[in-house]
Design a protein around this ligand. Structure first.
Ligand code: HPA
Length: 273
């Protein structure tokens, strides 16, 4: 498998007229956000050197360059998860490619389970910090000094100015938004009640199976990160029945209706800053 991110970045430069400074990784239930843009270029992952198929539900598997309200963005419509059986280098390969392309801001989105009663399904949450409980780290292995340092700081991986800006926008628009800490597990089995209780006691508010590898790699390359999570279900702490994929899809859809106006204004505000 070809995991040469510079080769892929150069290949993409030949297919995209101008590389936007902002990229967005669209997680479960949020793939449709790309389609709210004026699509300029759409490349299926199958055509991109080094990319692999996405097997997660509702992850479409396209790289799209579009204009959201006139501002260009690269969308990754679907991501690679560790639980799909991909290696960590593969999981973060698209983020490495974005770094090689010179992207300055990464917006990462995901669906999560709630560890707090006040974060009810369909809530929108600004990720303020994370706990890496995946049992591995995407930077293990030889360090590429051209991308970043051996021991990158994880002090404020989620940009404080971006968090402030989104809170202000949400307030202005009267859209409820929360802040929370995200814990990443490998999955694919969901968390037991005892695990959820442990995570909550460690300070986690949300649990999911993605995002943290991409954020670590983005920060390694000094890319500024905004993390947004949509709560699709309460974790096992609050109920006794399994949640369905349909429930997850519906809650994601509700939350994404609130997310879009915030994103539009956020992008407009940061574009030239
Ligand atoms: N646990 C882990 N990942 C998730 C969940 C969950 O409850 N909901 C959406 N992604």
């Amino acid at each position: 498998m070809n995991l040469d991110y510079r080769y892929t970045a150069n290949w993409l430069k030949e297919h995209i007229q101008q590389v936007p400074p902002i990229a967005m990784i669209l997680g479960t239930g949020l793939n449709n956000i790309a389609e709210k843009s004026e699509i300029k270029t759409k490349i299926p992952y199958a055509e991109i050197p080094g990319f692999v198929p996405t097997t997660a539900p509702e992850h479409k598997g396209n790289l799209i360059v579009g204009e959201l309200n006139g501002y260009p963005i690269i969308y990754l419509q679907g991501r690679f998860h560790y639980y799909e059986g991909y290696s960590m280098p593969m999981v973060v390969f698209p983020t490495r490619v974005l770094a090689s392309l010179g992207v300055k801001t990464l917006i990462v989105t995901n669906a999560s389970g709630s560890l707090r009663e006040n974060l009810s399904p369909a809530s929108l949450v600004l990720i303020t910090d994370h706990i890496n409980f995946m049992g591995t780290n995407p930077l293990i292995g030889q360090n590429d000094e051209n991308l970043g340092e051996r021991f990158p700081s994880m002090n404020n991986p989620y940009d404080l100015q971006y968090i402030d800006l989104c809170e202000k926008i949400a307030l202005q628009k009267d859209i409820p938004i929360h802040k929370g800490v995200y814990i990443a597990v490998s999955g694919p089995s969901l968390e037991t009640r005892a695990e959820c209780a442990a995570f909550a006691s460690w300070g986690a508010d949300l649990v999911g199976m993605s995002t943290v590898p991409e954020v670590i790699v983005a920060r390694h390359s000094q890319i500024r990160v905004l993390g947004l999570s949509i709560v699709t279900n309460y974790s096992n702490l609050f109920h006794n029945q399994a949640h369905s994929q349909e429930e997850i899809r519906q809650n994601a859809e509700k939350a994404s209706t609130n997310l879009l106006p915030i994103l539009i204004e956020f992008i407009q505000n940061i574009h030239f800053s």
